[in-house]
Design a protein around this ligand. Structure first.
Ligand code: SB7
Ligand code: NI
Length: 190
């Protein structure tokens, strides 16, 4: 499985490349990539395992972050028991996005009140990252079937962060340099 040493850091050109579309049927290498990326997220969210192996917890991981310039990303957002009716559900969103495209964005914005971080960026970069509050994503599943999903708020922010990686964008590209904590009009603070 992937460890922190496998995660590509800012400065490596692969993080700034436009990732290539994934071909179907999936190659064995692509199947392994998908399961290894998801395994990283699962293990990184297990406090004991993460501490023991010095993993930074992640809610998403994109293929360029492990050095593969392909349009694949995993998203694993833990369920918040507080406002989650189904207490048996471990994850609010558990998804492997292949060749994802955002086909619609809400006008309303959302931003994390503490800003964003990235497994590929070792330092804290303060500032708001304006995102769309709601998006519709078209992507392909493991069988190559086209799927459409609508997500909002935190899961939507994570999906946008991951899809950005497939286009060579990093979260801090979106921070207003002159006013990092500039508040957008009509924004949900998540
Ligand atoms: C905060 C963190 C993430 C997404 C959105 C807000 C994911 C961090 C892990 N990654 O670097 C994934 O690309
Ligand atoms: Ni990232």
């Amino acid at each position: 499985m992937y460890m922190m040493r496998d995660i590509v850091r800012d400065g490596n050109p692969v993080l700034r490349k436009i990732a290539q579309p994934v071909q179907f049927p999936l190659s064995d290498a692509d199947k392994k990539l998908a399961s290894d990326m998801m395994e990283y997220l699962i293990k990184s969210q297990d406090p004991d395992f993460a501490q023991k192996h010095h993993l930074r917890a992640g809610v998403g991981l994109a293929a360029p972050q492990v050095g593969v310039s392909e349009q694949m990303a995993c998203v694993l957002v833990p369920a918040e028991d507080a406002d989650d009716a189904d207490k048996t559900k471990k994850y609010a969103l558990e998804l492997t996005l292949i060749n994802p495209v955002i086909i619609s964005n809400s006008i309303q914005k959302a931003q994390l009140f503490e800003g964003e971080g990235c497994l590929s960026v070792d330092k804290d970069i303060p500032g708001y990252v304006p995102r769309s509050a709601r998006i519709t994503v078209r992507y392909q599943d493991f069988d190559g079937n086209k799927q459409t999903i609508r997500v909002k708020n935190y899961p939507a922010i994570v999906c946008q962060h991951e899809i950005d990686h497939l286009h060579g964008h990093l979260f801090y590209d979106h921070i207003n340099k002159n006013d990092p904590f500039e508040k957008e009009p009509d924004v949900i603070i998540v």
